[in-house]
Design a protein around this ligand. Structure first.
Ligand SMILES: [Fe+2]
Ligand SMILES: [Fe+2]
Length: 174
């Protein structure tokens, strides 16, 4: 519950600090940055937080993963939301409705195929990973990053690669 309230606070007031921008500029290519900076400010902030959270989990557990790869995965996992202006309602309503009834949430997402602005949040909630896969192809991203973008919203599975599992965990906390 507390972290949901934090998510609302971040969606309203979260923004990148100068050192966050430096990190993005260092880690992402010019083309990747153009997609990253087309995310809403709240999603940019969320992505930075996921990258940092993933790094701290990896450090605590001494995971054998490259730090740059972890940061790239955090920054790019929600890249499918790039280009969409998302309001607080767009972000929170699908999360709440999905908790109550995933079937209803999916159904709402299918109405209008993302063209109805009022349902855009639901459309993005269920489709941003597929949209992200298309962007990942354009950017020619590494296969482990494609896995993260494609599957990060699914529950943790035994066969998940270490990086995917890590980002799922960090995403859930941010
Ligand atoms: Fe996501
Ligand atoms: Fe996310």
């Amino acid at each position: 519950m507390i972290y949901r309230l934090k998510q609302v606070r971040d969606a309203l007031w979260g923004k990148l600090e100068p050192q966050d921008k430096k990190l993005v500029d260092k880690i992402l290519t010019v083309e990747e940055k153009s997609y990253f900076y087309s995310l809403s400010l709240a999603d940019q902030y969320h992505s930075i937080k996921v990258a940092k959270e993933a790094i701290s989990i990896a450090n605590v557990r001494n995971l054998n993963l490259d730090q740059n790869v972890i940061i790239r995965a955090g920054l790019l996992h929600d890249i499918g939301k790039s280009g969409f202006k998302i309001t607080l309602i767009d972000r929170s309503l699908p999360v709440i409705i999905t908790k109550i009834s995933p079937i209803l949430s999916k159904k709402i997402a299918s109405w209008g195929n993302g063209e109805l602005i009022i349902l855009r949040g639901f459309y993005l909630y269920w489709n941003h990973y597929q949209l992200g896969v298309q962007i990942a192809e354009k950017l020619n991203l590494e296969s482990n990053l494609r896995q993260v973008i494609k599957y990060h919203q699914e529950p943790v599975k035994a066969e998940d690669q270490l990086l995917l599992r890590l980002i799922k965990e960090a995403d859930e906390l941010c």
